[in-house]
Design a protein around this ligand. Structure first.
Ligand SMILES: [Zn+2]
Length: 325
Protein backbone atom coordinates (compact mmCIF):
# COMPACT_ATOMS: atom_id res chain seq x y z
CA UNK A 1 0.00 0.00 0.00
CA UNK A 2 1.26 3.40 -0.87
CA UNK A 3 1.17 5.90 1.94
CA UNK A 4 1.74 9.59 1.80
CA UNK A 5 4.70 9.14 4.12
CA UNK A 6 6.65 7.33 1.47
CA UNK A 7 5.95 10.08 -0.99
CA UNK A 8 9.29 11.84 -0.86
CA UNK A 9 10.75 14.12 -3.45
CA UNK A 10 13.92 16.10 -3.17
CA UNK A 11 14.36 19.54 -4.62
CA UNK A 12 16.85 18.00 -7.02
CA UNK A 13 14.21 15.61 -8.34
CA UNK A 14 11.71 18.36 -8.92
CA UNK A 15 13.01 18.77 -12.42
CA UNK A 16 11.55 15.40 -13.13
CA UNK A 17 8.10 16.36 -13.91
CA UNK A 18 6.60 16.83 -10.61
CA UNK A 19 4.02 18.93 -8.85
CA UNK A 20 5.83 19.49 -5.59
CA UNK A 21 9.28 20.77 -4.84
CA UNK A 22 10.06 19.31 -1.44
CA UNK A 23 9.20 16.30 0.71
CA UNK A 24 5.58 16.31 1.78
CA UNK A 25 6.27 14.85 5.19
CA UNK A 26 9.00 17.35 5.88
CA UNK A 27 7.29 20.50 4.76
CA UNK A 28 9.46 23.04 6.51
CA UNK A 29 7.60 25.32 8.87
CA UNK A 30 8.98 28.22 6.82
CA UNK A 31 6.91 27.02 3.86
CA UNK A 32 3.85 26.63 6.05
CA UNK A 33 4.28 30.18 7.29
CA UNK A 34 4.87 31.47 3.79
CA UNK A 35 1.71 29.73 2.71
CA UNK A 36 -0.37 31.13 5.53
CA UNK A 37 -0.13 34.69 4.31
CA UNK A 38 -1.76 36.54 1.46
CA UNK A 39 -0.39 35.78 -1.98
CA UNK A 40 -2.27 38.40 -3.98
CA UNK A 41 -3.85 35.63 -6.07
CA UNK A 42 -7.23 35.66 -4.36
CA UNK A 43 -7.66 39.27 -3.31
CA UNK A 44 -11.43 38.97 -2.77
CA UNK A 45 -11.04 35.75 -0.77
CA UNK A 46 -13.46 33.96 -3.06
CA UNK A 47 -14.41 30.38 -2.19
CA UNK A 48 -16.08 30.01 -5.58
CA UNK A 49 -17.04 32.10 -8.58
CA UNK A 50 -19.92 31.34 -10.95
CA UNK A 51 -20.77 32.34 -14.52
CA UNK A 52 -22.36 30.88 -17.61
CA UNK A 53 -21.08 29.62 -20.94
CA UNK A 54 -24.25 29.33 -22.97
CA UNK A 55 -26.44 26.84 -21.10
CA UNK A 56 -23.51 25.53 -19.07
CA UNK A 57 -23.10 26.84 -15.55
CA UNK A 58 -19.42 27.13 -14.65
CA UNK A 59 -18.16 27.35 -11.08
CA UNK A 60 -14.54 28.07 -10.27
CA UNK A 61 -13.79 26.47 -6.89
CA UNK A 62 -10.75 27.49 -4.85
CA UNK A 63 -8.53 24.65 -3.61
CA UNK A 64 -5.93 26.92 -2.00
CA UNK A 65 -2.75 28.90 -2.47
CA UNK A 66 0.86 28.68 -1.38
CA UNK A 67 3.99 30.76 -1.70
CA UNK A 68 6.85 28.64 -2.99
CA UNK A 69 10.20 29.84 -1.67
CA UNK A 70 12.39 30.97 -4.56
CA UNK A 71 14.48 28.16 -5.99
CA UNK A 72 17.03 28.88 -8.73
CA UNK A 73 15.85 25.74 -10.55
CA UNK A 74 12.16 26.66 -10.59
CA UNK A 75 12.46 28.41 -13.95
CA UNK A 76 15.10 26.86 -16.19
CA UNK A 77 15.85 30.00 -18.15
CA UNK A 78 15.06 33.08 -16.02
CA UNK A 79 16.89 34.39 -12.97
CA UNK A 80 15.21 34.91 -9.60
CA UNK A 81 15.62 38.64 -10.13
CA UNK A 82 13.78 38.47 -13.47
CA UNK A 83 11.01 36.47 -11.83
CA UNK A 84 10.67 38.96 -9.00
CA UNK A 85 10.29 41.78 -11.51
CA UNK A 86 7.55 39.86 -13.30
CA UNK A 87 5.75 39.07 -10.04
CA UNK A 88 5.88 42.72 -8.99
CA UNK A 89 4.46 43.75 -12.36
CA UNK A 90 1.64 41.25 -11.77
CA UNK A 91 0.78 42.78 -8.41
CA UNK A 92 1.48 39.69 -6.30
CA UNK A 93 4.04 38.90 -3.61
CA UNK A 94 7.63 38.76 -4.85
CA UNK A 95 9.60 37.04 -2.10
CA UNK A 96 8.46 33.63 -3.31
CA UNK A 97 6.30 32.31 -6.14
CA UNK A 98 2.62 32.64 -5.24
CA UNK A 99 0.80 29.61 -6.63
CA UNK A 100 -2.95 29.12 -6.65
CA UNK A 101 -5.02 25.99 -7.22
CA UNK A 102 -8.50 26.41 -8.74
CA UNK A 103 -10.76 23.60 -9.90
CA UNK A 104 -13.28 24.29 -12.66
CA UNK A 105 -16.70 22.69 -12.22
CA UNK A 106 -19.54 22.65 -14.75
CA UNK A 107 -23.22 21.80 -14.70
CA UNK A 108 -23.89 20.30 -18.13
CA UNK A 109 -27.53 19.26 -18.31
CA UNK A 110 -27.97 17.04 -15.27
CA UNK A 111 -24.27 16.21 -15.13
CA UNK A 112 -22.05 17.70 -12.45
CA UNK A 113 -18.50 17.76 -13.78
CA UNK A 114 -15.19 18.74 -12.18
CA UNK A 115 -11.97 19.23 -14.13
CA UNK A 116 -9.18 17.82 -11.91
CA UNK A 117 -9.62 17.22 -8.21
CA UNK A 118 -7.23 19.46 -6.29
CA UNK A 119 -4.42 18.64 -3.88
CA UNK A 120 -6.43 16.57 -1.45
CA UNK A 121 -6.27 16.93 2.30
CA UNK A 122 -2.99 16.68 4.16
CA UNK A 123 -0.68 17.75 1.35
CA UNK A 124 0.50 21.28 0.82
CA UNK A 125 -0.47 23.75 3.55
CA UNK A 126 -3.29 26.15 2.76
CA UNK A 127 -4.61 23.91 0.03
CA UNK A 128 -6.85 20.86 -0.20
CA UNK A 129 -9.90 23.04 0.42
CA UNK A 130 -11.89 21.82 -2.57
CA UNK A 131 -14.39 19.78 -0.53
CA UNK A 132 -15.33 22.62 1.82
CA UNK A 133 -15.50 25.16 -0.99
CA UNK A 134 -17.64 22.90 -3.19
CA UNK A 135 -20.10 22.76 -0.28
CA UNK A 136 -20.05 26.55 -0.11
CA UNK A 137 -20.89 26.51 -3.85
CA UNK A 138 -23.86 24.21 -3.26
CA UNK A 139 -22.66 20.74 -4.18
CA UNK A 140 -20.40 18.04 -2.82
CA UNK A 141 -18.34 15.04 -3.85
CA UNK A 142 -21.31 12.65 -4.00
CA UNK A 143 -23.07 14.95 -6.48
CA UNK A 144 -20.19 14.76 -8.95
CA UNK A 145 -21.05 12.54 -11.93
CA UNK A 146 -17.86 13.06 -13.97
CA UNK A 147 -14.26 13.96 -13.15
CA UNK A 148 -12.29 15.05 -16.21
CA UNK A 149 -8.52 14.85 -15.72
CA UNK A 150 -5.96 17.02 -17.50
CA UNK A 151 -2.82 15.26 -16.26
CA UNK A 152 -1.56 13.29 -13.30
CA UNK A 153 0.57 15.67 -11.24
CA UNK A 154 -0.23 15.44 -7.52
CA UNK A 155 -1.88 18.85 -7.20
CA UNK A 156 -4.43 17.74 -9.81
CA UNK A 157 -5.20 14.15 -8.76
CA UNK A 158 -4.45 13.62 -5.07
CA UNK A 159 -7.85 15.11 -4.32
CA UNK A 160 -9.42 12.04 -5.97
CA UNK A 161 -8.56 9.92 -2.95
CA UNK A 162 -8.16 9.95 0.79
CA UNK A 163 -4.85 9.28 2.54
CA UNK A 164 -5.43 5.52 2.24
CA UNK A 165 -6.10 5.81 -1.51
CA UNK A 166 -9.84 5.24 -1.06
CA UNK A 167 -11.74 6.98 -3.88
CA UNK A 168 -13.66 10.12 -2.96
CA UNK A 169 -15.72 9.92 -6.18
CA UNK A 170 -16.59 6.21 -6.48
CA UNK A 171 -19.93 7.02 -8.11
CA UNK A 172 -18.42 9.26 -10.79
CA UNK A 173 -16.98 8.38 -14.16
CA UNK A 174 -13.35 9.50 -14.28
CA UNK A 175 -12.37 10.59 -17.78
CA UNK A 176 -8.62 10.55 -18.41
CA UNK A 177 -6.28 11.09 -21.37
CA UNK A 178 -5.19 7.64 -22.58
CA UNK A 179 -1.66 8.94 -23.24
CA UNK A 180 -1.34 10.16 -19.66
CA UNK A 181 -2.62 6.94 -18.12
CA UNK A 182 -0.41 4.91 -20.45
CA UNK A 183 2.71 6.83 -19.45
CA UNK A 184 2.25 6.71 -15.68
CA UNK A 185 1.34 3.01 -15.70
CA UNK A 186 4.15 1.91 -18.05
CA UNK A 187 6.96 0.59 -15.90
CA UNK A 188 9.42 0.66 -18.79
CA UNK A 189 9.05 4.44 -18.82
CA UNK A 190 8.32 5.29 -15.17
CA UNK A 191 11.27 3.24 -13.93
CA UNK A 192 13.54 5.78 -15.62
CA UNK A 193 12.05 8.62 -13.54
CA UNK A 194 13.96 9.73 -10.44
CA UNK A 195 13.34 8.06 -7.10
CA UNK A 196 11.42 11.08 -5.87
CA UNK A 197 8.67 10.53 -8.41
CA UNK A 198 8.22 6.82 -7.71
CA UNK A 199 5.72 7.56 -4.94
CA UNK A 200 3.47 9.28 -7.47
CA UNK A 201 3.93 6.38 -9.88
CA UNK A 202 2.90 3.86 -7.21
CA UNK A 203 -0.08 5.95 -6.20
CA UNK A 204 -1.35 6.32 -9.77
CA UNK A 205 -1.00 2.56 -10.22
CA UNK A 206 -2.92 1.82 -7.02
CA UNK A 207 -5.78 4.17 -7.91
CA UNK A 208 -6.34 5.36 -11.48
CA UNK A 209 -4.52 2.31 -12.83
CA UNK A 210 -6.81 -0.06 -10.91
CA UNK A 211 -10.18 1.67 -10.52
CA UNK A 212 -13.00 0.37 -12.69
CA UNK A 213 -14.69 3.74 -13.19
CA UNK A 214 -11.92 5.25 -15.36
CA UNK A 215 -12.76 5.95 -19.00
CA UNK A 216 -9.76 6.75 -21.19
CA UNK A 217 -10.09 8.80 -24.29
CA UNK A 218 -7.95 9.30 -27.37
CA UNK A 219 -8.25 11.89 -30.10
CA UNK A 220 -10.21 15.12 -30.00
CA UNK A 221 -13.83 13.94 -30.12
CA UNK A 222 -16.31 15.05 -27.44
CA UNK A 223 -15.83 13.37 -24.06
CA UNK A 224 -19.01 14.97 -22.70
CA UNK A 225 -21.64 17.07 -24.52
CA UNK A 226 -19.86 20.23 -25.67
CA UNK A 227 -16.51 19.21 -24.16
CA UNK A 228 -13.63 18.43 -26.54
CA UNK A 229 -10.04 17.54 -25.61
CA UNK A 230 -7.26 19.75 -26.94
CA UNK A 231 -3.91 17.94 -26.67
CA UNK A 232 -1.36 20.30 -25.09
CA UNK A 233 1.43 17.80 -24.52
CA UNK A 234 4.75 18.79 -23.04
CA UNK A 235 3.95 19.67 -19.43
CA UNK A 236 3.36 15.91 -19.16
CA UNK A 237 3.21 13.29 -21.94
CA UNK A 238 -0.60 13.34 -22.06
CA UNK A 239 -1.39 16.83 -20.76
CA UNK A 240 -4.76 17.87 -22.18
CA UNK A 241 -6.81 21.08 -22.15
CA UNK A 242 -10.55 21.11 -22.85
CA UNK A 243 -12.60 23.27 -25.19
CA UNK A 244 -16.16 23.79 -24.02
CA UNK A 245 -18.95 25.11 -26.22
CA UNK A 246 -22.63 25.83 -25.66
CA UNK A 247 -24.64 27.76 -28.22
CA UNK A 248 -22.41 30.49 -29.59
CA UNK A 249 -20.24 30.65 -26.48
CA UNK A 250 -16.90 28.98 -25.90
CA UNK A 251 -14.54 28.44 -23.01
CA UNK A 252 -11.12 26.81 -22.58
CA UNK A 253 -10.00 24.85 -19.53
CA UNK A 254 -6.25 25.34 -19.91
CA UNK A 255 -4.98 23.34 -16.93
CA UNK A 256 -1.16 23.70 -16.85
CA UNK A 257 -0.49 25.12 -20.31
CA UNK A 258 1.21 27.67 -18.09
CA UNK A 259 2.03 27.55 -14.44
CA UNK A 260 1.43 30.90 -12.67
CA UNK A 261 0.31 33.55 -15.12
CA UNK A 262 2.45 36.39 -13.72
CA UNK A 263 5.55 34.53 -14.88
CA UNK A 264 4.65 32.21 -17.73
CA UNK A 265 1.75 33.89 -19.51
CA UNK A 266 3.76 37.12 -19.63
CA UNK A 267 6.84 35.17 -20.71
CA UNK A 268 5.71 32.14 -22.73
CA UNK A 269 9.36 31.25 -23.46
CA UNK A 270 10.14 30.68 -19.77
CA UNK A 271 10.34 27.01 -18.84
CA UNK A 272 8.98 25.94 -15.47
CA UNK A 273 10.80 23.05 -13.87
CA UNK A 274 7.61 20.94 -13.95
CA UNK A 275 7.37 20.91 -17.76
CA UNK A 276 8.63 17.41 -18.60
CA UNK A 277 9.38 18.33 -22.21
CA UNK A 278 9.99 22.10 -22.05
CA UNK A 279 10.23 22.73 -25.80
CA UNK A 280 7.08 20.78 -26.58
CA UNK A 281 5.32 22.52 -23.67
CA UNK A 282 6.32 25.92 -25.04
CA UNK A 283 5.05 25.04 -28.52
CA UNK A 284 1.73 23.86 -27.05
CA UNK A 285 1.53 27.04 -24.97
CA UNK A 286 2.09 29.39 -27.88
CA UNK A 287 -0.34 27.48 -30.11
CA UNK A 288 -3.00 27.56 -27.42
CA UNK A 289 -2.68 31.23 -26.57
CA UNK A 290 -2.61 32.28 -30.21
CA UNK A 291 -5.86 30.34 -30.64
CA UNK A 292 -7.71 31.79 -27.62
CA UNK A 293 -6.60 35.31 -28.55
CA UNK A 294 -7.66 34.91 -32.20
CA UNK A 295 -10.99 33.28 -31.33
CA UNK A 296 -11.61 35.42 -28.21
CA UNK A 297 -12.15 32.36 -26.04
CA UNK A 298 -12.26 33.00 -22.28
CA UNK A 299 -9.98 30.68 -20.32
CA UNK A 300 -9.43 29.16 -16.88
CA UNK A 301 -5.90 28.44 -15.66
CA UNK A 302 -5.47 25.97 -12.83
CA UNK A 303 -2.72 28.05 -11.19
CA UNK A 304 -4.19 31.50 -11.86
CA UNK A 305 -5.63 32.05 -8.38
CA UNK A 306 -9.24 33.22 -8.08
CA UNK A 307 -11.45 33.60 -9.96
CA UNK A 308 -8.82 32.04 -12.24
CA UNK A 309 -10.82 32.76 -15.37
CA UNK A 310 -10.70 35.65 -17.80
CA UNK A 311 -9.55 36.71 -21.22
CA UNK A 312 -6.12 36.73 -22.82
CA UNK A 313 -4.69 39.29 -25.20
CA UNK A 314 -1.38 39.62 -26.99
CA UNK A 315 0.97 42.02 -25.24
CA UNK A 316 4.44 42.56 -26.64
CA UNK A 317 6.37 39.30 -26.70
CA UNK A 318 3.91 37.69 -24.29
CA UNK A 319 0.30 37.77 -23.27
CA UNK A 320 -1.83 39.73 -20.81
CA UNK A 321 -4.67 38.39 -18.71
CA UNK A 322 -7.85 40.23 -17.71
CA UNK A 323 -9.75 38.41 -14.94
CA UNK A 324 -13.54 38.10 -15.13
CA UNK A 325 -13.90 39.44 -11.61
ZN1 LIG B 1 -0.42 21.90 -11.73
Amino acid sequence: MFSRRSFVVSAAAAGAAFGLDRPVEFLPSALAQEAARETGLNPKKLQFYRFNVGDIEVTQVFDGEIVRPHDPNFVRNASIEERQKALAAGGVVTDGVPTGFTVTSMKIGDRRVIFDAGNGAGGLPQSGRLQENMKAAGFEAKDVTHVVLTHFHPDHIFGLMDKDDKPLYPQAEIIAPAAELAFWTDESRTSKLPQGVQGLVRRVGATLGAWKNVRRFEGEGEVLPGVKPVPTYGHTPGHTSFHVASGAQQFMVLADVTNVKELFLRNPGWHVVFDMDPNLAEASRRRMFDRVVADKIPVAGYHYGMPGCGTVSKDGAGYAFAPMA
